[in-house]
Design a protein around this ligand. Structure first.
Ligand SMILES: Cc1cc2nc3c(=O)[nH]c(=O)nc-3n(C[C@H](O)[C@H](O)[C@H](O)COP(=O)(O)OP(=O)(O)OC[C@H]3O[C@@H](n4cnc5c(N)ncnc54)[C@H](O)[C@@H]3O)c2cc1C
Length: 468
């Protein structure tokens, strides 16, 4: 592998005194959009439409060199730079920043023999997993095919395969970034151990990443899918989920939820206005093994209304949870818990269970454990908690913001006695603080490094932790 390093150019133009952004466009292969330009509003809008973003400009980067030029340009003019392939994890942290859209950096290179993939900063998990079909290998993807490999791994990355192989962050081998001084370089554990530690789960605060190399893992057989039960079965199904997860092999990832579909005309009739208890499973193995593991859960429900369990290609993993792939307005929160005992289940179902009027779309329990407990060489992890509870709400109407916020606060209050410490940055909701994703020692170390490498705060991640 050849690594190249470039130094800032002495030919960079001197800042214009009147309009700090006037000279940027001609420097780039891509496009700069300013407020008032056609396409600005659309390009500035994040995937999560509940977050409003008004960057001073949007740069649609065509090449890694565009990223280099933008960072140097912004640095010389005292502006901030924030990267987003799409805005799946958008927060309100963009004020005064140039927003770099990296979606066009979409190269994928796979070396199946060395079990490594190199991907550009715009590559989605769906694109990488499709490229892995037939190789017998997977990357450590989460549930959604539309989030970027880079944003997910920088933020920790809880995968279907994390119980077996660890987090997406831990799978980062090397990171190609433009640092706050405008130097474009590869970061590896050998060359810069402290920065590599921070990039493995510490978020996008240390530079603008143009590509990463990640480990791939053997997955000769994958099987998985969703079981749908009547929502009224939730208590019994969740108890069976608890029993199965207490002895599950690391090859199995199980999630269980109560999900309420709103009575919207655009939804198919069979789900419109109805509630379900879903169990989502992904297993590294064959269908017979998974069916045996799921038997107590199937038996706990009064009826299996839908069963999509089947052998899966890597490219099909993103279909398991049937998550929306189009931009929408949503709110999300998450808390790791020490257990899902009967008391916790009763309280959570009392807030958002069957027959309860709730603005929450879904309350979901993810089984963690396994390799997630192992020490890591990064800021993300290890994660000791056995379960993660998440809640999701759709916000098609601004009038829902308040009741949803109140319901999420109530859920967090209910869960607090079982709170089990931080999980990953990628699981934070838009309004939540980076401090919730790390223990105090890790947060202090990240803040120290940020102060050392980016004292002017040029690079702005979605959950800044520079304060304090
Ligand atoms: C439907 C859905 C399902 C999800 N499922 C999971 C899951 O199973 N497991 C999990 O762990 N997470 C999951 N997430 C959360 C997701 O991983 C985070 O929101 C992640 O930050 C998304 O990354 P992105 O790059 O696509 O989003 P963006 O909002 O575009 O980027 C998020 C942040 O990542 C950083 N970043 C991105 N690109 C760069 C770059 N090139 N250089 C520097 N910093 C960069 C920046 O700080 C940026 O603000 C899910 C999110 C959604 C919407």
């Amino acid at each position: 592998m050849t690594f190249t390093q470039q130094s800032p150019r002495s030919t960079d133009p001197a800042p214009s005194v009147t309009d700090p952004l006037a000279d940027l466009g001609p420097l780039l292969d891509g496009t700069v959009l300013r407020p008032g330009d056609e396409g600005y509003t659309e390009s500035a809008a994040p995937w999560n439409r509940s977050v409003e973003q008004r960057p001073v400009a949007v740069v649609l980067a065509s090449t890694a060199q565009d990223v280099v030029r933008t960072v140097r340009f912004a640095g010389a003019r005292g502006l901030r730079v924030s990267a987003q392939p799409s805005g799946h994890g958008a927060t309100t942290a963009l004020e005064d920043a140039v927003l770099l859209r990296t979606g066009a950096l979409d190269d994928i290179w796979i070396d199946a023999q060395s079990r490594v993939a190199r991907v550009g900063a715009g590559v989605t998990w769906g694109a990488l997993m499709t490229a892995l079909d037939g190789t017998g290998l997977v990357g450590l993807a989460g549930s959604s095919p539309v989030v970027s490999v880079v944003g997910y791994c920088l933020g920790g990355g809880l995968s279907w395969f994390s119980r077996r192989f660890g987090t997406g962050a831990a799978s980062l081998r090397a990171v190609e970034l433009v640092d706050p001084q405008g130097v474009h370089r590869w970061v590896t554990e050998d060359r810069d151990p402290e920065l590599m530690w921070a990039l493995r789960g510490g978020g996008g605060e240390f530079g603008i990443v143009t590509a990463v190399e990640i480990d791939l893992f053997p997955a000769p057989r994958i099987v998985g899918g969703r079981l749908a039960f009547p929502a009224e079965d939730a208590r019994d199904v969740l108890r069976a989920f608890r029993e199965v997860t207490s002895v599950a092999p690391e090859t199995l990832s199980l999630w269980a939820s109560v999900t309420h579909f709103p009575p919207l005309p655009l939804l198919p009739e069979e789900i419109r206005g109805r509630s379900f208890c879903f169990v989502d499973a992904v297993h590294l193995g064959g269908p017979d093994e998974l069916n045996a593991l799921l038997a107590p859960i199937r038996a706990a429900g009064t009826a299996v209304l839908r069963d999509t369990v089947r052998p899966l290609l890597p490219s099909e993993l993103g279909t398991v949870c049937e998550e929306p792939e189009e931009p929408s307005a949503a709110a999300h929160t998450a808390m790791a818990v020490t257990a899902i005992d009967d008391e916790l289940l009763d309280r959570v179902l009392g807030l958002a269970g069957p027959g309860v009027a709730t603005p929450l779309f879904q309350v979901l329990v993810r089984h963690l454990g396994g390799a997630l407990r192992a020490p890591t060489a990064g800021a993300g992890g290890p994660i000791a908690a056995p379960y993660l509870v998440t809640a999701l709400a759709m916000l098609p109407d601004p009038a829902l913001v308040e009741p949803v916020g109140a319901a999420m606060a109530q859920l967090r209050e209910i869960l607090r006695p079982w709170a089990a410490g931080p999980t990953t940055l990628s699981m934070l909701g838009a309004g939540e603080d980076a401090a919730d994703a790390f223990d105090a020692e890790t947060l202090a170390r990240l803040r120290r490094l940020k102060g050392d490498v980016d004292p002017g705060g040029l690079i702005r991640g979605n959950h800044p932790f520079a304060r304090g």
